[in-house]
Design a binder for this molecule. Sequence first.
Ligand code: ATP
Ligand code: MG
Ligand code: FE
Length: 332
Amino acid sequence: INILAIESSCDETAAAVICNEKIASNVIASQSIHEIYGGVVPELASRAHQQKIVPIVSQALKSANLTKEALHAVAFTRGPGLLGALLIGACFAKSLALGLGIPLVAVHHMHAHVLANFIEDPQPTFPFLCLTISGGHTQLVLVNSYTSMQLIGQTQDDAVGEAFDKIAKIMNFSYPGGPFIDHYAQQGNPHRFDFPTTIMPGLDFSFSGIKTAFLYFIRNNIQKNSNFIAEYQADICASIQHTLIKMLLSKVKKAMAYTGLNKLALAGGVAANKGLRQAINQMAAEKGWQLFIPATEYCTDNAAMIAMAAHYQYLANDFANVKTNVLPNMPI
Ligand code: ATP
Ligand code: MG
Ligand code: FE
């Protein structure tokens, strides 16, 4: 079975081809236009998707060595995401599938992030717990099968990726700033500064308090030393990153105990964070958990994960049609 998958939920235009369980090509165009605005501008994202979708899809087919006539289905991201951005991918996929007379598969973006764990070996076996941490979501997901997932905890306000990006913006890094914090944190002292953390009950998270605390921390210190950010850049990054990681890990520990599972997976852009990968590796070793983390390129948005999800939906006869609408706030 050959499936072409298209991802256009946010600011990456991506296409991938999956041939029986194997990813045959994976092409991505990231939109740099948003950098100067300090965040994704929805209108500009839609326009960039429109400009890039044809060349990106052609390239994905070409590097998979397939013609479009060899496809068995076309998949697209149904949601969650930006309405205008989702519509570009959905409309393109619908037209192509209609033209070729083949079925459509509508994929849940957050399910796909989880299924990125099946792109390369080693792969987890069911059931396992997945911590999905991205720009818009922070979720603890009980994964029962390729198609059945249950949300057991989530953020009540900001996503952890959003916290990374907002903190990075206060530090004057360009968007998205998460990778800059990660980079400078490696040379810094994680115990140099302390930040107050909000502990939510149960398995939920909250990241809006720490973002505000960080803003006041920077303001207060700049008043005393106008060169504070530049002088302490590495230590600030290391300390705030350490705090964010601590907040994530305390809930992971709780969720693993609550579910009684010993298999843990990570997913989403923040799973690319080197400090987190190291800390969670250490915790897994101590606790005797099996740990799964996708390669960095499969953590951040990509179409290979959409293709993986589409493959299993195809096998489960879970098809969409031209009337299937996109869902910007699609629940898991
Ligand atoms: P969602 O999947 O919730 O709709 P999204 O698709 O925008 O959101 P992803 O592409 O999965 O999110 O991830 C992007 C986020 O990951 C951004 O917030 C970015 O700062 C963060 N990120 C990427 N790399 C790193 C890193 N090394 N350290 C910390 N954060 C990172
Ligand atoms: Mg992005
Ligand atoms: Fe995403």
